[in-house]
Ligand binder design. Structure first.
Ligand code: NI
Length: 147
């Protein structure tokens, strides 16, 4: 690659390179960067690249980590049994879970997961599809090892 300068820092090699962007695209990027509170362009670009790498991990069936968040009404007893049963069935994916009582009726359950991307997606979908779950979401994060 042309226009790059090697900057040696202890424990971490950095390469500086030049990027050409349309003015309009750069303006949009800087506006987003400020809104997202990135300290500088390099930090923002690192974030974008890592987000893309994490997406690739999920698409490529790699080992990933994440969190499933579920909101449900705890008064549905059969639902609690079902959700607990699923977590036991997929025990190898479940790192931990946290149950928060949101109000008199509603609960938030956060299940930290780690494993093959496809298995986690399938597990999250089974949880979300449980009758009585009001809202379910899978946060697709990373083990951090490849990014
Ligand atoms: Ni609760």
């Amino acid at each position: 690659m042309k226009n790059k300068t090697k900057v040696i820092r202890p424990g971490r090699d950095l390469t500086r390179f030049t990027v050409s962007l349309e003015d309009d695209l750069l303006r949009k990027f800087e506006k987003r960067m400020q809104k997202k509170k990135y300290a500088n362009r390099s930090q923002a670009i690192r974030g974008l690249i890592r987000a893309d790498l994490v997406q690739e991990e999920w698409e490529g069936g790699k080992e990933v980590a994440g969190a499933v968040a579920l909101v449900y009404d705890h008064r549905r007893r059969e639902l609690l049994t079902h959700l607990t049963g699923l977590q036991h069935d997929f025990q190898k994916l479940v790192l931990s879970s946290q149950h928060i009582h949101l109000d008199h009726d509603n609960c938030l359950e956060i299940i930290a997961v780690r494993g093959k991307a496809e298995e986690i997606k399938a597990f999250a979908q089974l949880l979300r599809a449980c009758k009585g779950v009001k809202y379910g979401n899978l946060t697709m994060a990373s083990t951090g090892a490849r990014i």
